[in-house]
Design a protein around this ligand. Structure first.
Ligand SMILES: Cc1ncc(COP(=O)(O)O)c(C=O)c1O
Length: 374
């Protein structure tokens, strides 16, 4: 049995979690949370971030910070997770779905401008498979039209775009540390933001109060200041994340080794035209979040997936595009014409990939795929 995904948990993770548990300081914003911020600064030069209870809540916090509301529109790919859109729907805004690029499956930046209307407020790209979207073009479009950008960087922790790290590619960037992500705290996320957003983010994240200012000695007592929610994860989970981030390079190298192995060993099937392999543009260093292949058609994808699953190999399809998912249909969004999204979403198959995956297991997956195509 080869699982699809598995977190890499070692002695350091156990030690830090136990230490946190023994300290009794289990609420949010304890020493481990602040140690995580120091680590992100050290690794990526990220100065202004806050941990959240999930990638989804980081997106909700970002949406609140944009002040988007009823009557406003946001431009987003349909090929994404529900949370990307939910965060803005919860504010009463309307999604405008944009098609994706055929190479990276990220939002097609050349199709955004045609979708901008006087009601557009935010552009929401995602970094599919840990490959950042074309952020320079997206930021330039946003600047020209007076829009904000919220990047769903749930999958791209540790990736770089033109040498700049994910998280620093726009003003509001949302990470996920869900157990399925490269660096895991079980459930968790972070909002990385331009410094000007921090004071309000602290209030929203602390149930709409200025508790952070009180803890920093700036006010005597804290009071209700703004709309908000509870977005702080327990320090116990931050302890787990700190251990993961101290193993940043080790985890990255192991994942990249698996990814590269797949890419090399399946090259012959790409050459013969049976499958398409992922494209990573030269100006991007990806984090090996995901390895996928694109089959010739939907039927082949289903057959290959079933064959692998029968052999205990947990390959998996990915998103049902949001515009055609049941809730998308209910809202009439299936009227959108998104040919690249429709085409690729039924042909894409993800392969097992995790840091501690043995070479033998990677080889077994490769062999099973080759057997399918003989
Ligand atoms: C693109 C994308 N956005 C948002 C999320 C939500 O993150 P979380 O599960 O941490 O809420 C995920 C992952 O689950 C994701 O892949």
């Amino acid at each position: 049995m080869i699982p699809f995904n598995q977190p890499s948990i070692g002695d350091k993770e156990r030690q830090y979690v136990l230490d946190s548990l023994n300290s009794g300081e289990l609420s949010g914003d304890g020493k481990y949370t602040f140690a995580v911020y120091d680590r992100f600064k050290e690794l990526f030069g990220i100065d202004t971030m806050r941990l959240t209870t999930s990638g989804s809540s980081a997106l909700e916090l970002a949406a609140l910070l944009t002040d988007i509301g009823p009557g406003d529109e946001f431009i987003v790919p349909s090929y994404t997770f529900s949370s990307t859109v939910n965060a803005f729907l919860l504010r009463g805004a309307t999604p405008v779905f944009c098609d994706i690029r055929p190479d990276t499956l990220n939002i097609d930046e050349t199709k955004i401008e045609a979708l901008i209307t006087p009601r557009t407020k935010v552009i929401v790209p995602i970094d599919y498979a840990g490959v950042p979207a074309e952020m320079d073009t997206i930021n330039a479009l946003a600047a020209t039209h007076g829009l904000q950008v919220v990047e769903d960087a749930a999958q791209s922790v540790g990736s770089t775009y033109k040498g700049r790290p994910s998280g620093l590619l726009c003003d509001l960037s949302c990470f996920s540390f869900h157990v399925t992500k490269n660096y895991a705290m079980g459930e968790g996320g972070a909002l990385v933001m331009a410094p000007g957003y921090l004071d309000r983010a602290d209030i929203i994240r602390e149930k709409g109060t200025n508790r952070r200012q009180m803890l920093d000695g700036k006010v005597d007592k804290y009071t209700w200041q703004d709309i908000g929610s509870s977005y702080l994860p327990s320090d116990l989970l931050a302890a787990l994340l700190l251990a993961q981030m101290e193993r940043f390079q080790e985890i990255m190298d192991k994942r990249l080794a698996v990814w590269d192995y797949y890419f090399e060993a399946l090259g012959d099937l790409a050459q013969s035209g049976d499958i398409q392999l992922p494209t990573v543009p030269a100006h991007i260093q990806h984090n090996a979040h995901m390895f996928y292949l694109i089959c010739a058609d939907a039927t082949t994808r289903e057959e290959l997936c079933a064959k692998l699953n029968q052999q205990g190999i947990k390959a998996a399809s990915h998103y049902v595009p949001l515009h055609t998912a049941p809730f998308g249909q209910k809202n009439g969004w299936d009227k959108y014409q998104l040919p690249v999204t429709d085409d690729l979403s039924v042909r894409l198959l993800r392969l097992p990939l995790y840091a501690d995956m043995s070479e033998a297991d990677v080889q077994s997956v490769i062999d099973a795929i080759h057997r399918f195509y003989v």
